[in-house]
Design a protein around this ligand. Structure first.
Ligand SMILES: [Fe+2]
Ligand SMILES: [Fe+2]
Length: 535
């Protein structure tokens, strides 16, 4: 290795994880949800686009259709979409069969599980699911089944060979909405076809801060001669800015956008729901970026399994820096609630810790405690959700994420356990998308339009939020996780106006808190808070 061979990965390089050509969010990792999304989302959208690309082109220009099932390309790419659709039908045949089997098993149980013993039904379980499910009744004799999720990851239904990472460079925050638009290879990108858990990705992303051998990384990622000029342009000889660690006696808290907070003492660094922008020239909204993160992240804490809180794009790039990831405990084997631990282990994180409600993990100078996270999941039975109470150097911070305090009495009980807090972070996206937007492809029974619209992914509104404030009596209140930062566009597809309910409700909360002498702000872009001992 010659010295001239040593280079850094440019910080404006974007790395989008893909599965079968679609941007990866957690439901594309767990095999059963992946199968249902391929058939109930990807194939439907691609078929519709192939039929009439002009309808999609018109819909994506209409603000009322924002976040809808429309492919967002300026030029007609129907031929390429057709190619991807045909390849998906061919290569993902096992997952398509799995999705059909899930539908068939649901129907079988509805028709034939009538309160009698279930054993005779095992031989009627559709072949693709045999050996992967347990049948049961609930206490009202409603039949259901659960997956042996860990087995599905060991089967042909976990298709690591369809994983890749698409490298491009950022010159804007605008990216097409990931739930609706497949990533077609273009002249300005290199799609590296390697499973996410492979170590060459750690070497590549580690080169954002430590120089490495260009030739080695090129060979490890199997870059072709044709791709090499573009690949070479992703690297630089200049060393990056190095983020200085917080060295004070107290606590530094930095808001990186949405629900992403970096909590640092001189002894520990904790990051919540990492969603971090890469820097690029000409960015309009000022922000902390990947360059501002410390080289070692002791704990990542994940609040819940929505794509704006478990962003694999950010997590995979930080993998060389992350020591532990703390996730809410699940593992019920229910289709709608895949295990976050299994998802993160599958993509190459060895140290995933599950936390349950009222369980704590001791960290240097304090602890992290899991607390109930209410609602915001369209009334589906989903356990993978936790608020976090973080105590560091005697400062007490409550990260309530998107919790929708539909039952204030629960937080009264929580208050009995943890007492008042110093700082409260609360999401107030109180409109929320209807159930079908995220979970529609998983439904095995249709939901009518009114039911769908009544069951939303909605966070706390003003009355619920002020209830939480009155319960925990914080000295400071910050509204966060509003999806307002432009670098969230590709995963949220949200545009709030000043008159939209989340804005009106959160403004009201901020004003009401200030009237009561509480420091309050709705965060946007970036913010730094420092808490010193001599407060
Ligand atoms: Fe959420
Ligand atoms: Fe959220």
């Amino acid at each position: 290795m010659s010295r001239s061979d040593l280079v850094y990965l440019k910080n404006n390089v974007i790395a989008e994880p893909l599965f079968a050509g679609w941007y990866v969010w957690p439901h594309l990792i767990s095999p059963a949800t992946c199968a249902m999304n391929i058939t109930g989302r990807h194939l439907k959208i691609m078929n519709s686009y192939i039929q009439s690309p002009q309808v999609h082109a018109a819909a994506v220009k209409n603000p009322k259709m924002l976040g809808g099932p429309f492919i967002d390309y300026v030029v007609n790419r129907a031929e390429e979409v057709k190619f991807l659709r045909d390849r998906t039908l061919d290569e993902q045949a096992p997952l398509i069969a799995l999705a059909q089997a899930i539908q068939q098993l649901t129907k079988l149980l509805k028709e034939e599980a009538t309160g009698f013993a279930l054993e005779p039904l095992y031989e009627k379980v559709p072949a693709p699911l045999q050996g992967y499910v347990e049948l049961f009744y609930d206490l009202q004799n409603q039949p259901s089944f659960r997956f042996y999720e860990a087995l599905l990851y060991r089967s042909l239904y976990y298709q690591r060979s369809a994983q890749s990472i698409l490298l491009t460079t950022a010159d804007t925050d605008d990216r097409a909405f990931v739930l609706s638009t497949p990533r077609l290879p273009g002249a300005q990108g290199i799609n590296i076809k390697l499973p996410f858990d492979q170590s060459p990705f750690d070497d590549l992303f580690g080169m954002r801060r430590t120089s490495g051998s260009y030739n080695q990384v090129r060979d490890a990622l199997s870059i072709s001669n044709g791709e090499e000029p573009l690949f070479r342009s992703f690297f630089t000889d200049s060393s990056p800015k190095v983020a200085e660690r917080f060295q004070g006696e107290g606590l530094r808290l930095r808001y990186f956008g949405h629900a992403c907070l970096v909590l640092e003492t001189k002894d520990v660094c904790i990051i919540s729901d990492p969603v971090v922008s890469q820097p690029y020239e000409g960015a309009v909204v000022p922000r902390f970026t990947l360059e501002d993160l410390p080289g070692v992240i002791d704990y990542v804490v994940i609040t819940h399994n929505h794509q704006d809180h478990v962003l694999l794009e950010t997590l995979l790039q930080l993998r060389p820096s992350i020591r532990h990831i703390i996730v809410p405990r699940s593992g019920s084997g229910q289709l709608q609630d895949p295990s976050l631990k299994l998802i993160l282990k599958a993509v190459g994180f060895p140290n995933v810790i599950e936390l349950a409600e009222f369980e704590s993990i001791e960290v240097p100078g304090g602890r992290i405690t899991g607390l109930p996270f209410l609602g915001e999941h369209a009334d589906l039975h989903i356990q993978s959700k936790l608020c976090h109470h973080v105590v560091l150097n005697q400062y007490s911070v409550l990260l309530a994420a998107d919790s929708c305090a539909v039952e204030p009495k629960i937080y009264e009980h929580v208050h009995d356990e943890i007492g008042d807090v110093d700082v409260l972070f609360l999401g107030m996206e109180c409109d929320g998308a209807p159930l079908s937007w995220l979970y529609g492809p998983l439904l095995t029974e249709p939901l009518n339009r009114d039911q769908d619209r009544s069951r939303r992914l909605a966070g706390s509104n003003f009355p619920r939020a002020i209830g939480i404030v009155e319960c925990f009596r914080p000295k400071e209140v910050y509204v966060y996780a509003m999806g307002m930062e432009p670098w969230l566009n590709h995963i949220m597809s949200l545009k709030h106006s000043e008159t939209s309910a989340p804005m009106v409700n959160s403004t009201k909360l901020v004003n009401e808190c200030r009237n009561r002498g509480i420091v309050a702000e709705r965060l946007f872009g970036m913010k730094e808070l420092i808490y010193q001992r001599d407060r």
